[in-house]
Design a protein around this ligand. Structure first.
Ligand SMILES: [Zn+2]
Ligand SMILES: [Zn+2]
Length: 510
């Protein structure tokens, strides 16, 4: 009966945890709380008895002998002669429950990360590691249980039966398990789940990706170019270079990289390359090639989420850019067909930019641990994020021709001026001779409707700003949420131009 009540108190207040942690303060606090509960009244006699007893034992464990003696006196005062009923201490009998299988496995994985358990090969290494794990401090409860188990298994494999017995006793003393019922062993599972060592090329690619993510585009490029020289049929360096070139507005180079990757033996890589190649064509306003590349991507497997999104976006673009020099009828028809096949227009989300596809690592996540969100390209399609487009008035030359009368001669008889009208070059009034105007189609280089989301991103995920290469005549920093793979506008400090009444801009006239 006493033990039942003590167990209940253990569950409610973590008596055993306080003791296992050997935290004297925690034990004293808990003992004090039990004394208060017992003095408060309203408890059944049995419960009061157990509260005083546990408080006394906790004080004793914590070395607070005066308080321990005091609780003993209270116990004797309330319950008379108690010597006989105090034979067995309650505290050692309270058991912790071991964590469930799932969380044991999770904790074991954490310990594996910390100690590299699976790497200990020889009996000596295993023994040394077992001693280390045993001696280290672990959070009382679940983590400690798993740590003791791992240490025990390591001792077992090192054939240290003495230590195995000691640890086994300790586990069964503190936890509600006998060592025989420990179930499946953790160590062999950790060893089996050990990640395969990455091949050197993958390592280099991950390094290069990290450099790029940290803003060292130049270093990343050098690494990728070097890797590409020796990678043979493995096109992954080209794939990453393609993403980098696209970010840096070198679309011809990006095109070349991704075209190489579309010939990859690995169908998944090829499929991803076709999607990205389509977007690189799109940035160059090569609409027919864009649609053809999307079609190729579709031939290589179930259409990916990114592809369906991009098709939907392109479909919306088609509806709002009606000038014929942008689209030819056949390309429009091919796009319609693709959208029908994928039901693309229905799932299109207007608040997301163009979706590049990342190169995947063996675990199915983007290689180098890059956040998937960063493969979104929100740059304005008309200025590619530069905020400037060629002046439509002068076609980018900065000059216009004006007619001016030129005097050729004076008639000696009449005195009339003889002349002709000639063409002379003059600074274009629309762009004041610069050849470029602010892009009227976007919000500081970002597609309209995406600019707001892009500005909010830093608040959602605070990070260090990284430097990006300055655009022509501009320099600036962007938040880390828009790093290497996901280019952003390069704010030039110009005021954004208010849109016209069109929902989406028409193709710039040339
Ligand atoms: Zn623009
Ligand atoms: Zn002009």
């Amino acid at each position: 009966m006493q033990l039942v009540i003590a167990r209940k108190l253990n569950e409610q207040h973590g008596v055993k945890l306080a003791e296992v942690s050997a935290d004297k303060n925690a034990m004293n606090v808990l003992a004090g709380r039990f004394c208060q509960l017992a003095s408060a009244g309203g408890q059944a006699a049995d419960e009061c008895f157990v509260l005083w007893r546990l408080a006394g034992e906790l004080y004793e464990s914590a070395g607070s002998l005066q308080q321990a003696e005091e609780t003993r006196r209270r116990l004797a005062a309330e319950f008379g002669d108690i010597e006989e009923s105090l034979q067995e201490s309650l505290l050692p009998q309270l058991r912790l429950r071991p964590p469930g299988e799932d969380s044991q496995w999770r904790i074991a994985n954490q310990l594996q990360q910390r100690y590299q358990v699976s790497q200990a090969g020889t009996p000596e290494e295993k023994q040394a590691l077992a001693v280390r794990i045993f001696k280290d401090e672990h959070s009382p409860g679940d983590e400690e249980f798993v740590a003791l188990r791992l240490a025990l298994e390591l001792f077992d494999e090192a054939e240290r039966s003495e230590e195995v017995k000691t640890l086994g006793d300790q586990i069964s003393m503190n936890y509600e398990v006998s060592i025989a019922s420990l179930g499946e062993r953790l160590l062999p599972r950790l060893v089996a789940a050990r990640p395969a060592p990455a091949d050197p090329l993958t390592g280099t690619l991950v390094d290069a990706t990290k450099m790029i993510m940290n803003g060292d585009l130049k270093g990343g490029r050098v690494k990728l170019t070097e890797a590409g020289k020796t990678s043979g049929e493995d096109v992954r360096p080209d794939f990453l270079l393609g993403l980098l070139e696209n970010f840096e507005l070198s679309f011809i180079a990006a095109e070349e990289c991704f075209r190489k990757c579309t010939k990859a033996k690995d169908q998944e890589t090829a499929r991803r390359a076709w999607n990205n190649l389509a977007l690189v064509y799109l940035r160059q306003k090569k609409l027919k090639k864009t649609v053809d590349a999307f079609e190729k991507a579709m031939e290589l497997g179930e259409p990916s989420e990114e592809l369906v999104h991009n098709l939907g976006k392109l479909y919306a673009l088609k509806a709002t850019t009606t000038t014929s020099n942008f689209w030819d009828p056949a390309t429009k028809r091919s796009l319609d067909k693709l959208c029908q096949k994928t039901n693309a227009s229905a799932v299109f989300d207007a608040t997301i930019g163009w979706q590049l596809m990342p190169l995947l690592a063996a675990d199915g996540e983007p290689l180098g641990g890059v956040d998937r969100k960063l493969f979104e390209d929100p740059r304005c399609l008309f200025c590619n994020g530069l905020c400037r487009i060629p002046c439509p008035q002068c076609g980018g030359s900065g000059t216009v021709t004006q007619q001016r009368a030129q005097t050729m001669a004076v008639d000696p008889v009449s005195g009339r001026k003889l002349g002709r009208s000639v063409n002379v070059a003059a600074a274009c009034p629309a762009c004041r001779g610069s050849g470029v105007i602010l892009c009227p189609f976007c919000d500081r280089g970002l597609e309209k409707g995406l600019a707001r989301t892009a500005e909010q991103k830093p608040e959602e995920s605070p990070g260090q700003p990284i430097a990006i290469p300055p655009g022509p005549g501009q320099a600036g920093t962007v938040p880390a949420s828009q790093p290497g793979m996901s280019p952003t506008a390069q704010p030039g400090g110009q005021p954004s131009i208010q849109p016209g009444t069109q929902p989406f801009p028409q193709t710039p006239r040339r």
